[in-house]
Design a protein around this ligand. Structure first.
Ligand code: HEC
Length: 200
């Protein structure tokens, strides 16, 4: 018995150390890296609809003089490893990618004033088609000229296919509004219940 106990203990201890060793890197995993062309443009991410969905602000064109800056629904997704890091630490790691995909309001005899349609669940706004894709990347080295290291991109305000690559906008076009108005390190966490819940 004593021999078995003596043998078992080190085995158990090693098992625990191994388990802790494999858990720690997962919990603090670095965000998956964005891909770039040789001249520094960012490539459109793949499978962003499988990233962590955090919320959908809605600025219907019909309520914004027919032309909202970011029309209709804005579905926001965070790259999963960046999300894990945020949930663990409350901070956005270098390399974080967040996309916002624009989705039109469904066309179905919409009210000309509000843009709403009447569907089986009631009057309101229902999702139509994908109409645009934007991305932000935090990288304080690559984008040291952008406040906070956050660079902003658009792969087009158009139905798919979106553009394959995008150049960073100048800071005054995008970053400045985020810097002034977003509550969570340039990210609009005040509009994303999933991030507010995760950050606690
Ligand atoms: C006038 C202010 C303003 C400007 C300018 C602006 N944004 Fe935003 N952005 C917002 C708001 C508000 C949100 C929160 C979600 C929403 O309403 O779409 C947001 C959210 C985002 C998100 C999702 C992640 C986050 O930070 O919340 C991306 C990606 C994004 N914007 C890209 C861009 C790009 C690209 C540009 C420049 C072409 C830009 N934004 C310019 C106000 C702005």
């Amino acid at each position: 018995m004593t021999i078995i106990k003596n043998l078992m203990l080190p085995v158990l201890a090693t098992g625990v150390i191994l388990a802790a060793g494999t858990l720690a890197p997962t919990a603090h995993a670095a965000p998956a890296k964005a891909k770039f062309t040789s001249d520094g443009a960012v490539k459109m991410p793949v499978n962003w609809r499988e990233w962590v969905y955090v919320g959908t602000p809605l600025t219907p064109n019909a309520l914004n003089g027919g032309a909202a800056a970011f029309p209709e629904f804005h579905n926001v997704y965070v790259e999963p490893k960046a999300y894990k890091h945020f949930a663990k630490t409350g901070e956005w790691a270098n390399g974080t990618q967040i996309v916002k995909e624009l989705v039109s309001v469904r066309e179905n005899d919409n009210d000309p004033n509000t843009g709403a349609s009447m569907e089986v669940s009631g009057q309101g706004y229902f999702m139509g088609e994908f109409i645009g894709l934007e991305l932000t990347i935090k990288d304080t080295k690559r984008y040291s000229d952008q406040p906070g290291g956050w660079a902003y991109f658009s792969f087009g305000h158009q139905p798919q296919p979106y553009n394959a690559t995008a150049e960073a906008f100048p800071a005054e076009a995008c970053n400045a509004c985020h810097a002034a108005n977003a509550e969570g390190d340039f990210v609009f966490t005040q509009f994303y219940p999933v991030l507010r819940a995760a950050g606690k």
